[in-house]
Design a protein around this ligand. Structure first.
Ligand SMILES: Cc1cc2nc3c(=O)[nH]c(=O)nc-3n(C[C@H](O)[C@H](O)[C@H](O)COP(=O)(O)O)c2cc1C
Length: 195
């Protein structure tokens, strides 16, 4: 469970990043490893954070989902270059699926076009040509015409419960500050690292 202090620090920095005019302040790199140890990374958007961890939403049949199923340890990394002297925040921990209720609630809040996209996209699978995707979009627009778009079973959230968090504060002359919080099960410890 994330401590109130860590949450407050993270939320404060995220608010600063939002106020700084960053186009994608919630963008985070998600690194996963597959069953062979090969590492993969891509950007996803943070949709919520609380004491249980960080939530993002995706396709449960995507490559990232297959990697998480094979190996549930993941890493997340934020970089906000326009606040203070530059900030990086790293999280490491376990990813698990969010409850269906959380996925339903977030899906329902999305624009209709994104909801249709979730049905139409076989995320990470080979697409023969662009027209095939456009035809699938048209198909699901027709299928759900005049009614609410339900959440597809293949789409939902993950929560990453971190056991290691590092706040990296840039400083002049490379005297960067690194503060690491580690979860030891019943308590967290905090250490400084050389930059
Ligand atoms: C700024 C940005 C935000 C993104 N947000 C998400 C997201 O929240 N969820 C998602 O599934 N993909 C998101 N993507 C697309 C992913 O980076 C990636 O292409 C996709 O999820 C397929 O990854 P995979 O094949 O490794 O599963 C985003 C891409 C960018 C550039």
């Amino acid at each position: 469970m994330l401590t109130p202090e860590i949450l407050a620090t993270f939320r404060g920095l995220l608010d600063e990043a939002k106020a700084s005019g960053d186009r994608e302040p919630t963008a985070m790199n998600l690194a996963t490893a597959d069953g062979t140890g090969r590492v993969h990374s891509r950007i996803v958007l943070l949709k919520a954070i609380d004491e249980h961890g960080l939530q993002f939403f995706t396709n449960y049949e995507s490559d990232k989902a297959a990697q998480i199923a094979a190996h549930d340890q993941v890493a997340l990394c934020f970089h906000w270059k326009d606040i203070r002297e530059g900030i990086q925040v790293r999280f490491e921990g376990r990813a698990t699926k969010t409850s269906a209720a959380i996925s339903d609630a977030y899906f329902a809040s999305r624009p209709r076009g994104s909801q249709i996209g979730a049905w139409a996209s076989k995320q990470s699978q080979e697409l023969p040509d662009r027209q095939t995707f456009e035809d699938r979009v048209a198909h699901f627009e027709k299928e759900f015409e005049g009614r609410e778009v339900p959440r597809p079973a293949h789409w939902g959230g993950y929560v990453v419960s971190p056991d290691r968090i590092e706040f990296w504060y840039g400083a002049t002359f490379r005297l960067h500050e690194r503060i690491v919080h580690s979860d030891h099960g019943t308590s967290w410890t905090t250490r400084l690292l050389y930059p």
